[in-house]
Design a binder for this molecule. Structure first.
Ligand SMILES: [Zn+2]
Length: 145
């Protein structure tokens, strides 16, 4: 019979796999008034806060199709609220695109979405955001957002 793991082993096991599996997608689709119809594409996996992805490809996609709505990523070990880095990243993208973008996060407390209107935005929470099969995400802005 195997010996039960030590407290140290348990702590390491909890940290290791989760900390390395933040996921990231680009959201494309269209916006009609307060409703955002998005589809997630181009999944990337990386370490939290350093999820690497092809920024140039994102800009090229927007230039070609004008359908980039924002980004979806996971917080495997924290709540679905934008981190400091998320704020910086979203402001930079909003500035680069010259249009509002969505930051959707899947956290330990579920799914949440934030609208970044410009490069000074702190992220306005969406009224509701829901995930559907085949990578479809629908977000609804709150009144007066
Ligand atoms: Zn984040």
């Amino acid at each position: 019979m195997a010996r039960p793991p030590t407290a140290k082993q348990v702590i390491q096991a909890r940290k290791a796999p989760k900390a390395l599996c933040e996921e990231f997608w680009l959201l494309v689709g269209r916006r009609q008034g307060r409703i955002w119809y998005a589809r997630r594409i181009g999944r990337c996996v990386g370490e939290p806060a350093t999820v690497g992805f092809d920024g140039l490809a994102v800009l090229e996609r927007e230039e070609r199709k004008h359908d980039v709505l924002g980004f979806l990523h996971t917080h495997p070990t924290s709540a679905a609220t934008p981190s400091r880095r998320d704020l910086h990243t979203m402001r930079a993208w909003t500035s680069a695109f010259g249009k509002p973008l969505l930051c959707i996060i899947t956290g330990t407390d579920g799914l949440a979405g934030y609208l970044f209107a410009d490069d000074r935005s702190r992220g306005w929470p969406l009224l509701t955001v829901e995930a559907f099969p085949r990578g479809v995400i629908i977000g609804v802005e709150a009144d007066g957002g």
